[in-house]
Design a protein around this ligand. Structure first.
Ligand code: ADP
Length: 393
């Protein structure tokens, strides 16, 4: 034995040989927050010979009632199954860890039940030391209930959102079908009025025809957006593939949208003369271009130049639409291409829209094996780039 150990043993022995030391030790055990119970093994029974204050039941049973009684009766009466644990410790001669042991007074304990082996090699005492974990266990149970409630609320909200989504889709479908017919009639008459088939118009009436035609075309674009979104939703959107000259399509889109430009706005096309042949759906590609131009004009309320540039890069036809309008804040960029994703700011809250345009544009571009990307700066303008693979020659 080392000198240190010998000194320590001597100190302990001296401590317990003084009445004061023993008194102090017992007081410390009495007051410690951990529960301590000592059982004497008597054959197959375990008699409780000591329990400290923390171990005392909180209900009516006073300590003298328990001390001196055997575990199988004293504790079973309180509904706990401690005597079985004591049996295991005595027979196994090994400590047992108990977690969530419930005593008769409703408290929950976590701790260890330890055999004490006498000089004769037999387990003659068993000590149980445990901590009251009732409040932690209660908290865990409360947390579980709270989590379950939060889950239920979330799934109810998800169901409600799915329902609302469905209602929106159904509404889109219905509204767009109902609007399409009357608008076709209106556009027919506008065209007849414009080309003189219904007789010569007085100059003042002829002057408003381009604006009427442009507004009707704009309505047609919105209705198409709604119809296309509903088709996409129901997996009914199928492309009609043919060879399309994207440059020529872009030029025509600029010409069509120029009629919608306000006095301080201009729309320019830049793109050489070589065709940009792609395999695609003419009407859908046209819709993408019209949408991008429409947005560029809409979101430049203070005026400015909208430029559409056609070119080729890395095997793709590339159409760039650039404006110097209100731009988009960095934080709003992730919402840009989402369904019904409208960005609400002071500058654009008065500008009408469905929030479907860019979502559709991107889905359509991807169906063509291409992509649409955007870069922007709030207050300075935006740039949208459409890429579609060039037709292999
Ligand atoms: P909307 O029908 O609202 O125009 P879009 O899907 O076409 O729907 O566009 C989504 C949102 O992105 C718009 O509400 C607008 O806030 C923003 N946005 C789109 N294009 C531009 C642009 N050229 N400049 C600034 N903001 C734009």
């Amino acid at each position: 034995m080392s000198t240190g150990n010998a000194q320590f043993s001597a100190l302990i022995r001296a401590f317990f040989q003084s009445d004061e030391g023993v008194q102090f030790f017992l007081e410390a055990v009495e007051q410690m927050p951990m529960a301590l119970m000592l059982f004497r093994v008597e054959g197959t029974e375990h008699r409780l010979v000591y329990l400290n204050r923390s171990a005392m039941p909180t209900d009516q049973v006073a300590p003298p009632d328990l001390v001196g009684r055997v575990a199988s009766r004293a504790f079973r009466a309180q509904g706990a199954d401690l005597s079985k644990i004591l049996d295991v410790v005595r027979d196994g001669r090994e400590p047992v860890h108990v977690s969530e042991y419930r005593s008769g007074d409703g408290r929950v304990w976590e701790g260890d039940v330890q055999p004490i082996v006498g000089r004769d090699g037999a387990v003659n005492h068993i000590v149980m030391m445990a901590t009251d974990v009732s409040s932690a266990v209660r908290q865990r149970a409360d947390d579980r209930v709270e989590a379950a409630q939060a889950n239920a609320t979330l799934s109810a909200q998800a169901t409600r959102l799915a329902e609302l989504d469905k209602i929106k889709s159904d509404f889109l479908n219905l509204a767009s079908h109902e609007l399409r017919g009357p608008l076709a009639v209106l556009r027919g008459y506008i065209s007849m009025l414009g080309d003189g088939s219904l007789g010569e118009l007085p100059p003042s009436a002829a002057a408003v025809m381009p604006a009427l035609d442009a507004k009707a075309a704009h309505m047609a674009l919105l209705i198409t957006q709604m119809l296309e979104a509903a088709r996409l939703e129901d997996s009914r959107l199928h492309l009609k593939i043919e060879t399309v000259d994207l440059r020529q399509l872009a030029r025509a889109a600029v010409a069509a949208m120029a009629a919608l430009a306000r006095p301080k706005q201009s729309v320019m096309f830049q793109g050489g003369s070589a065709p940009l042949l792609v395999l695609g759906d003419r009407l859908r590609l046209e819709n993408i271009l019209l949408n991008l131009l429409d947005n560029a004009l809409k979101y430049s309320p203070g005026g400015g130049e909208v430029r559409m540039i056609a070119g080729r890069r890395h095997g793709n036809a590339v159409i760039t639409v650039r404006d110097n309008g209100i731009g988009i804040a960095e934080a709003d960029m992730p919402k840009l291409f989402t369904r019904f994703g409208r960005l609400v700011t002071d500058e654009n809250s008065h500008i009408p829209g469905t929030g479907l345009g860019l979502y559709l544009c991107r889905e359509l571009a991807r169906m063509h094996g291409g992509e649409i990307t955007a870069t922007s700066e709030a207050g300075r303008g935006s740039e949208f780039v459409l890429r579609v693979p060039l037709k292999q020659t």
